[in-house]
Design a protein around this ligand. Structure first.
Ligand code: NAP
Length: 311
């Protein structure tokens, strides 16, 4: 058996993470735990966040301006909401050295690629990526070093991207414990619309609907929430800024998938109205098999009630 040569340590010279929330601080923690960078530099627009990051000690340096942060950077990873990517790209553009790699973790890839390409100089490499891992929490305290372990990270290089830069970003995510897949930004946005964006919209919608049904809300919704609703409330607690930006920036794919979803929902409504038990039973059997296969590939726990502790 031929073994791959071991990766050099540190993997990156000067690594800069911009936006130190759940994802940015998880990257910094994982980089620190695995000694992946010569110097790990953090920058966030918010002063209290910068102070907290310094207190947490997850970066070697906390920069006060984006310019100071990216000067001399080898790899810059933008971990801000999708709607803020353009402004950050504009702010760092004049300060990047030729040959630097600029990546991001945005949940939408087509719009981010457009935003970065519009502002960054041609002598830097743009290699967007999306770690498909997260929680409903935000901020620097929400991060943890193992967030990306055994999760997928999707790298979406634009046509003609520099192969060495793409390999460097892929190696970075692999070194963080993630499995790497490469695809086009367009394909990513369609896949994520189905697997993540529309499910979040459904959760926001159902929790919103329940909140609007005033007679059964508050006490009863909370009291009986174990009946399925509770799992939607977890998803619907996700960061409002992040998710607003996801929907506004993946509009086409989300609308396409929502169209299909609405048709299928109407078909179910019809099956219920006309007592078509077989239609319901067949669908529920198929969906149960999908959950089983997600558990089999290690992306979810088989423990009852999502492994919640019984008190
Ligand atoms: P988060 O916890 O809210 O952190 C984002 C941080 O970026 C905040 O501290 C925010 O400061 C800061 N920020 C906003 N605008 C900025 C700017 N112009 N310059 C510098 N810093 C700025 O968000 P997150 O969950 O880590 O998400 C970050 C990115 O990861 C998003 O693009 C999201 O789509 C992607 N992502 C998220 C998940 C997830 O499950 N959460 C999973 C995969 C990918 P303020 O709070 O002061 O605005």
């Amino acid at each position: 058996m031929v073994l791959d040569p071991p990766l050099p340590r540190p993997l990156v010279g000067r690594l800069v993470v911009i936006g130190i929330g759940l994802i940015g601080s998880s990257i910094l923690r994982a980089v620190q735990a695995r000694a992946l960078a010569g110097a790990a530099v953090a920058y966030d627009a918010s002063e209290p966040v910068r102070a907290r990051v310094a207190e947490l000690g997850v970066a070697d340096e906390v920069a006060v301006t984006p310019a100071e942060a990216v000067t001399g950077a080898d790899l810059v990873i933008l971990c801000v909401p999708v709607g803020a990517m353009a402004a950050v790209a504009q702010a760092i553009a004049p300060h990047l050295k030729p040959g630097a790699i600029v990546s991001d973790v945005g949940s939408v890839k087509g719009a981010v690629l457009k935003a970065l390409s519009a502002h960054l100089p041609e002598n830097v490499h743009i290699v967007p990526a999306h770690p498909v891992a997260g929680t409903e929490y935000s901020g620097p305290d929400a991060g943890f070093a193992t967030l990306f372990q055994n999760r997928w990270s999707i790298v979406t290089p634009p046509d003609g991207a520099d192969e060495v830069a793409v390999a460097a970003v892929s190696a970075f995510w692999q070194a963080m414990g993630a499995n790497v897949e490469t695809m086009s930004a367009e394909h990513h946005d369609l896949v994520l619309a189905i697997t993540s964006h529309v499910p979040h919209l459904i959760a926001y919608n159902i929790v919103g609907t329940a909140a609007d049904l005033e007679e059964v809300t508050q006490s009863e919704v909370i009291k009986y929430s174990a009946g399925g609703f509770r799992d939607f409330t977890r998803i619907a607690a996700s960061d409002p800024t992040m998710w607003r930006d996801v929907f506004l920036n993946n509009r086409e794919a989300v609308i396409e998938v929502l169209g299909r979803f609405t048709e299928d929902l109407i078909a179910l409504q019809r099956a219920i109205r006309w007592n078509e038990g077989d239609t319901l039973f067949d669908l529920f059997t198929r969906t149960r098999a999908i959950r089983r296969s997600i558990i089999e590939i290690g992306q979810e726990t088989a423990a009852p009630d999502f492994g919640r502790e019984r008190k």
